[in-house]
Design a protein around this ligand. Structure first.
Ligand code: GTP
Ligand code: MG
Length: 450
């Protein structure tokens, strides 16, 4: 590897604690450790020793651990110094190691080196950060599964499937006199269809993983005055949006990030859907539609007193995005005697709530939580990111293009090209192909010392 310099950073958080760990990685580790400690500890054996300053006075006394490369986190020589967890001690120790020839590490640089030295792939490196940032047990478990390579294995299996079909197509191209037959081949059509399903299955896992990590985005929509802003305020636990009895109060999109049992959820309040009465409201309604199209779910709010049959939903239905699931929230049930309409077999899920009394809110939270975890909380989901979903969507588009080329009986070369592009998109996930720019963005968001 081209990384000739040796890096150092505190691996434990800044501040006071029982123990702090200073981690050093790079080719100069044996020399730095020997100078600092007087001896180079036996590999992977804890040694109780002083960490002296340049005059020989101890900065601290603690445990030193030496991990010779490549059997270390980074794949390089690593030494870990475990001392007392005070900021001054840690800073003095880091400064001493810098004086001995290391430089201070950038955020995520240890993990970057692990990736560059093939200890982990890119999706696993991202899972390290996800594990550290996990806000719920489910998210932490999912990150751990990705870190252990479950997501990478899924992507590798998919890549393998793409390569198989590609090889099939390319082999056919090498025998041009048979190409006419090959393009009429039902076997190829079946393989492509199967591949398309395979991409969709991995994309579904990635989407689920992304929801666990980044949280789901749901949009409160409905007629003016239905109580959308009141519900947002209830969910947020404070008055985030303005509530008045005047229809058309909300005009802009109001965003709140809330947590349900530690799971992040983005709730967006929007302008009431109706024939706009001025340019501002018109823009508000346009934004409401734009947000719904991007969302993971729509909470369509009904005023149970004014509209017990949910006429607003039936009127707006055609204008709602087709592929975003809708939940009907029958709000203001404190104003009605009979609860509106039981859940029917068909049509969206219905939940009766009251933003005023809080009735049904717990049910709504449970519903949102289930939507985030799908129906199977212990389904073994992995952690994934938008970047992964985007790459999978690109792979899907290339496979679709290949299917289309086959349908049109066009040249096999073009089909092979599409499959090659699909493979390339998948390779970006694990980092077989990666740009410096991408690496900068991924590792730049890590904490220092990881
Ligand atoms: N009784 C009762 N009143 C409610 C309930 N939810 C909201 N309201 C009242 O209904 C009115 C409209 O509430 P908002 O939350 O502003 O409604 P909205 O859907 O955001 O309206 P726009 O922003 O105009 O689209 C206010 O006077 C609220 O106090 C409820 O559950 N029960
Ligand atoms: Mg409002």
């Amino acid at each position: 590897m081209a990384h000739v310099d040796t890096i150092v950073a505190a691996a434990t958080p800044a501040g006071r604690g029982g123990v702090a760990i200073v981690r050093v990685s790079g080719p100069r580790v044996p020399e730095i450790a020997a100078t600092l400690l007087g001896i180079l500890p036996q590999p992977r054996t804890a040694v109780l020793t002083a960490f002296p300053d340049e005059r020989g006075d101890p900065i601290d006394v603690g445990i030193a651990l030496f991990f010779p490369g490549p059997h270390s986190y980074t794949g390089e020589h690593v030494v870990e110094l475990q001392g007392h967890g005070g900021p001054v001690v840690v800073e003095n120790l880091v400064a001493r190691v810098v004086a001995l020839g290391a430089r201070r590490a950038q955020p995520g640089e240890f993990t970057l080196r692990a990736y560059l030295n093939d200890k982990i792939d890119l999706a696993q490196a991202e899972a390290v950060a996800d594990l550290i940032d996990a806000g719920s047990t489910d998210a932490a478990r999912a990150a751990m599964r990705s870190l252990q390579g479950e997501f990478s294995t899924m992507v590798a299996g998919l890549t393998e499937a793409v390569i198989e079909v590609r090889t099939y197509v390319e082999a056919a191209i090498d025998f041009p006199e048979e190409e006419v037959d090959f393009l009429a081949d039902t076997e190829l059509a079946a393989r492509l269809a199967h591949l398309r399903e395979h991409v969709a299955a991995v994309a579904a896992s990635a989407r689920q993983g992304r929801l666990l990590r980044d949280g789901m985005t749901v949009v409160l929509a409905g007629r003016p005055n239905a109580g959308k802003s009141s519900l947002l305020n209830r969910l947020a636990g404070y008055d985030a949006a303005i509530v008045t009895p005047i229809p058309g109060t909300t005009r802009d999109v109001v965003r709140e990030r809330i947590a349900i049992d530690g799971m992040p959820l983005h709730v967006l309040d929007t302008a009431g859907l109706r024939e706009a009465q001025d340019a501002v409201e018109h823009e508000g309604v346009r934004r409401a539609h734009a947000e719904m199209a991007k969302a993971d779910g729509v909470l369509f709010v009904i005023d149970s007193a004014a509209d017990p049959e949910a006429g607003a939903y039936h009127a707006e239905r055609a204008s709602l995005p087709a592929n975003v699931p809708v939940t009907l929230l029958f709000n203001k049930i404190d104003l009605v005697d009979a609860l509106p309409l039981a859940n029917t077999q068909s049509g969206p899920r219905r939940i009766a709530v009251s933003a005023t009394t809080g009735q049904g809110l717990e049910l709504l939270r449970t519903h949102l939580k289930q939507a985030m975890q799908f129906q199977t909380p212990e389904s073994g989901s992995i952690s994934a990111r938008q970047r992964h979903s985007d790459a999978l969507a690109r792979a899907a588009r290339h496979v679709d293009a290949a299917v289309e080329l086959l349908r049109q009986r066009r040249a096999g070369e073009l089909m092979a090209e599409e499959l090659r592009a699909a493979q390339r998109a998948l390779d970006e996930i694990t980092g077989v192909f990666s740009s410096d720019d991408l690496l900068g963005r991924i590792f730049g968001s890590f904490c220092i010392g990881k």
